[in-house]
Design a protein around this ligand. Structure first.
Ligand code: SF4
Length: 174
């Protein structure tokens, strides 16, 4: 089984939108929403809940200086073990200068930019209908997410279970 971790800054950056969409494209997937204070992937994927546990967390996520002194060794170790990394720029067309800066940084770091998702209000509309954007619409955002998944498959050098064709499935807003 391959494990893929999606991380980004907190709040509205698109992790849930993209992960939920990718989840609908893969035939077999096990998902864990590890958001520290607002795990909401279930709202889009509507899983059958088997068990509930109480959740405890601090109000603000912070690095515990007793456990992490910022030495950056974890970063080196990831590289040492060749844990591959990719970058996806969400709402990439909103701030082209920033997107260009990200591209340049990724180039310096040798980290491929695997997707640039354009801004589209259709993403919010899909959420209102508690749907993933690829199920809701076959537009530019869906297309870029599908392309990103195919690039990811190629980069990992294995065929996952393949992209499920959703073209024949019901779309609420084709
Ligand atoms: S290896 Fe990483 S997590 Fe551990 S102390 Fe250094 S920076 Fe922090």
């Amino acid at each position: 089984m391959k494990q893929i971790t999606v991380i980004s800054g907190k709040g509205g950056t698109g992790k849930t939108t993209i992960v939920a969409s990718l989840a609908t494209l893969v035939k077999k997937a096990v998902l864990a929403d590890a958001d520290v204070d607002a795990a909401d992937l279930y709202l889009l994927l509507k899983p059958q809940i088997q068990r509930r546990e109480p959740f405890f967390a601090s109000k603000v996520a912070q690095i515990d200086p007793h456990h992490c002194d910022g030495c950056q060794k974890c970063r080196e170790v990831c590289r040492h073990f060749r844990v591959p990394a990719w970058v996806c720029v969400n709402k990439a067309d909103i701030n082209p200068e920033n997107t260009e800066r990200i591209r340049e940084f990724c180039q310096q770091e040798g980290t491929p930019v695997i997707g640039e998702i354009p801004f589209d209000p259709i993403v919010t509309k899909a959420m209102v209908y508690a749907s993933t954007v690829v199920e809701y619409s076959g537009g530019k955002v869906s297309n870029e997410i599908k392309k990103m998944w195919m690039r990811l498959e190629r980069s990992l050098g294995f065929p996952l279970d393949g992209i499920r064709s959703i073209s024949d499935e019901k779309t609420l807003n084709p």
